[in-house]
Design a protein around this ligand. Structure first.
Ligand code: T4K
Length: 407
């Protein structure tokens, strides 16, 4: 218990946790099940190149997404590159791909890596999801595709995006990296647009060390993607296109299958954690849980809050430091909106006020199966202690904020 700010570890007190509570701790599932699978792969001496485990993993993911095809890949970034570089999107170098400014840099890099220009759109000031009206204003004759991002597992406004894409005759893809097991109303994320891409990075709700998958109902696209991830090989053994090595290994698929087996349990735990945070933070001024639209199902893998310095008396970056000193390892997702990152910033970069404002205020707090209700009570008590005398914590931490702080 922190009785006052003197007890905060940042100001000299003892840390609240000996072992860290952190964002992104991998969901590994039952280790024995993983090792059994790995042993089978080792015994069979088949370790990659569309082996039985990766095919089984693809079947499971396609079933969850409700799609005819799942093309597993070595990570979601490569999955996005393959998709955005597909012939259906291909145009002249410098043609444009519309996407939100608030996302992980991989979304933009995938387009840039394929010689296309990411064009950033503003986001909804509350959810952080792509602002569809703003996106509509940025459509141009050079637009080849729209990429929606189901940020933190929240479903984009898929129907309006589909309408825009259809009218403009451009491709519609979704970066669904954080959204396995989520829905738009009752429909699983995975089946919207021309294709969607999941991530199975170690930090995602289902982990395959590194990994990703493209899901689609488009038979021809799936076939091209299968070739593209395997050096451009066609079924007859000839190389018919420029490809890459984007395959998922059997070790990754073994972990992915094992982690997937625990998904329901993980989501139930995450959902309970979400409610615990909502209740514990309800009375704390200036630290608000980004509450999801409960009409859609979320995997609750990310517990996002916004920190309002004017109300909380301290800003996001200082709260991050306060928590870090307590061994509570939060993450500032995202640190910088993409349009202001140096590879994409240019003299005509437009201002995207909602993305810029949200970016400086967002913080992911630890959740997941290794974070208990008791842990959440401690984390929120630390926050409460810091916020109760936010202005003083700011001064004593020798820290300057850009916003008004409570005295
Ligand atoms: N699109 C979107 C919207 C995405 O969010 C991402 C990835 C992608 C595309 C691309 O997907 P992949 O190509 O990765 O499949 C992490 C992940 O590396 C990244 O995959 C993820 N988004 C992003 C949101 O989070 P960082 O830079 O925050 O990673 P890092 O090393 O700071 O670790 C995050 C937290 O996880 C820390 O608290 C430590 C913890 N952690 C991490 C690893 C790797 C563990 O506890 N164990 C681990 O093994 O990017």
């Amino acid at each position: 218990m922190k009785a006052g700010i003197e007890d905060l570890a940042l100001l000299g007190g003892a840390p609240a946790f000996v072992h860290d509570r952190r964002v992104g701790r991998p969901n590994q599932g039952e280790r024995r099940r993983f090792l059994d699978r790995l042993n089978r792969a080792l015994d069979s001496e088949w370790l990659s190149n569309m082996g039985p485990l990766s095919l089984e993993f693809e079947a499971r993911v396609a079933e969850m997404a409700g799609t005819r095809h799942c093309v597993s890949v070595c990570n979601a970034t490569v999955g996005l590159q393959l998709l955005i570089g597909d012939e259906a999107t291909a145009g002249e170098p410098g043609d444009e791909v519309l996407m939100p400014a608030l996302t992980f840099p991989a979304t933009a890099h995938a387009a840039a890596w394929r010689g296309l220009r990411p064009v950033f759109c503003d986001v909804d000031p509350v959810t952080g999801l792509i602002d569809v009206a703003d996106m509509g204003r940025r459509l141009s004759p050079r637009t080849r595709a729209i990429v929606g991002v189901h940020l933190w597992g929240q479903a984009c406004d898929v129907r309006r995006l589909e309408k825009y894409a259809q009218d403009a005759e451009v491709r519609l893809y979704f970066d669904a990296a954080p959204a396995l097991g989520c829905t738009h109303l009752d429909e699983p994320i995975g089946g919207f647009g021309d294709a969607e891409v999941f991530s199975f990075h170690a930090t995602k709700v289902v982990n395959s060390f590194e990994g990703g998958a493209i899901v689609t109902d488009d038979d021809a696209l799936a076939q091209r993607l299968r070739s593209a991830r395997n050096f451009g090989f066609y079924d007859n053994g000839s190389v018919g296109m420029v490809g890459t090595n984007g395959k998922m290994s059997e070790a990754s698929a073994a972990m992915g299958l094992t982690s997937l087996e625990s998904l329901d349990e993980i989501v139930a735990h995450n959902r309970a954690n979400h409610h615990a945070y909502l209740a514990a933070l309800a009375e704390i001024p200036g630290v608000h849980v980004l509450d999801y639209d409960w009409r859609h199902r979320n995997n609750h893998h990310y517990l996002m809050v916004t920190v309002e310095p004017g109300e909380a008396g301290l800003d996001r970056d200082l709260l991050l430091r306060v928590l870090g000193a307590e061994n509570i390892l939060a993450k500032p997702y995202f640190f910088e909106p993409l349009h202001l990152m140096s590879p994409y910033r240019h003299p005509q970069t437009p201002s995207l006020p909602a993305a810029e404002s949200l970016c400086g205020r967002l913080l992911a707090l630890p959740t997941g199966p290794m974070v208990s209700a008791e842990d959440i009570a401690v984390i929120c008590q630390v926050i409460q202690t810091a916020v109760a005398r936010g202005g003083e914590v700011t001064r004593r931490a020798g820290y300057e904020t850009t916003d008004d702080t409570r005295q």
